[in-house]
Write a protein that binds this ligand. Structure first.
Ligand SMILES: [Zn+2]
Ligand SMILES: [Zn+2]
Length: 328
């Protein structure tokens, strides 16, 4: 197999040839067809997340074809297309797992973080955390659904019944969730970096009723705001934009410090919450909803060996939608 490997924070990924891995009992191996590039991969490369194993193969939006199944696996068959997300394994017996909150597991394993991920020609995964993608015939289009879509979906669920939803940071997650919001009959207000007219135009093309700079006030107060940009200063900005009882959902795994803000921004039973990881139930729900909502992902394809270029372009905001790596 070939893989793009991170050996130390801040270093570029390096192409390595390795012996083909084989699945342990309960695991499957996939031939990777496509793997999305997520902002979390930037945080991993930059050394901003704890407990990363190194060297590690990043990548947690994997679409692939099962080509070997380990012992005791009856849920998957060779030749089947599956999706492998960020949540790679949970312990099953900590208090959170016992309470159906496996996203908060005390001993989780994350794909492309605490086990090797999909910036590679092959990947091994726990079969219980690999989802059938039988109805998805375009692996590149499906890849961003595995994190941008799933975490976005969990964030939207946390936003509750909000009919006017603000999306701060209009990248991979927001461009998917905007489409789900529209399908559900919600109004979308898109907030981008100052003067990013390309992202604002992208948001409007996907049905947003308003798009502007994140420093601007929306034309109407919002019921909820979801922050996908890793910028703590957006928390008070979003609190200003939501109405009484409104909720600000922080959808990212890492964020710069939240600046001090006056209590009256939180007053009126406004709430600030974070979203951590996903559950398998989130994945099953969203992979059923995405085709019904006719979610269409905007993708930028890079060959696997250009993973560093994909990461650099994501960091610089050089494309709309999501970057996707393809081996071969
Ligand atoms: Zn657990
Ligand atoms: Zn991700």
């Amino acid at each position: 197999m070939r893989a793009m490997v991170l050996s130390a924070p801040g270093r570029p990924l390096a192409l390595e040839e390795r012996p083909d891995p084989h699945p342990a009992p309960g695991e499957i191996r996939v031939r990777v067809e496509a793997c999305g590039v997520c902002r979390t991969d930037l945080h991993i490369v930059d050394g901003e997340l704890p407990n990363v194993v190194r060297p590690v193969v990043p990548g947690h939006e994997i679409v692939g074809i099962v080509d070997e199944v380990g012992q005791n696996v009856t849920s998957h068959r060779v030749g089947q297309r599956v999706g492998i997300p960020w949540l790679g394994h949970t312990c099953g017996n900590c208090p959170y797992c016992a309470a159906h909150q496996e996203n908060l597991c005390d001993r989780p394993v994350f794909t492309g973080h605490s086990r090797d991920g999909g910036f590679a020609t092959h990947a091994v995964a726990d079969a219980a955390y690999a989802f059938p993608l039988d109805g998805f015939d375009d692996p590149v289009a499906a890849a961003p659904l595995l994190c941008a879509g799933l975490i976005g979906w969990r964030s939207l669920k946390m936003a509750g019944k909000a009919s006017r939803v603000g999306l701060y940071g209009f990248g991979a997650a927001a461009h998917i969730i905007a489409q789900v919001c529209r399908w559900q009959g919600r109004q979308v207000y898109a907030f981008t970096q100052k003067g990013d007219t390309a992202a604002q135009a992208h948001a409007l093309s996907l049905g947003a009723c308003w798009a502007g700079d994140s420093s601007q006030s929306p034309p109407q107060s919002l019921d909820a705001a979801i922050l996908f940009a890793p910028v703590g200063a957006l928390v008070p900005a979003a609190l200003r934009a939501v109405c009484k009882g409104g909720r600000v959902v922080c959808g990212g795994i890492h964020m710069s410090d939240i600046p001090q803000f006056p209590y009256n921004l939180l007053w009126g039973e406004r709430q600030v919450v974070s979203v951590a990881n996903l559950t398998r139930q989130d994945a099953l729900e969203f992979l059923e909803i995405a085709p019904r909502a006719a979610v269409h992902t905007t993708t930028h394809v890079y060959p696997l060996v250009r993973a560093n270029d994909a990461l650099a372009d994501l960091r610089a905001g050089r494309f709309q939608g999501a970057a996707v790596l393809v081996p071969g």
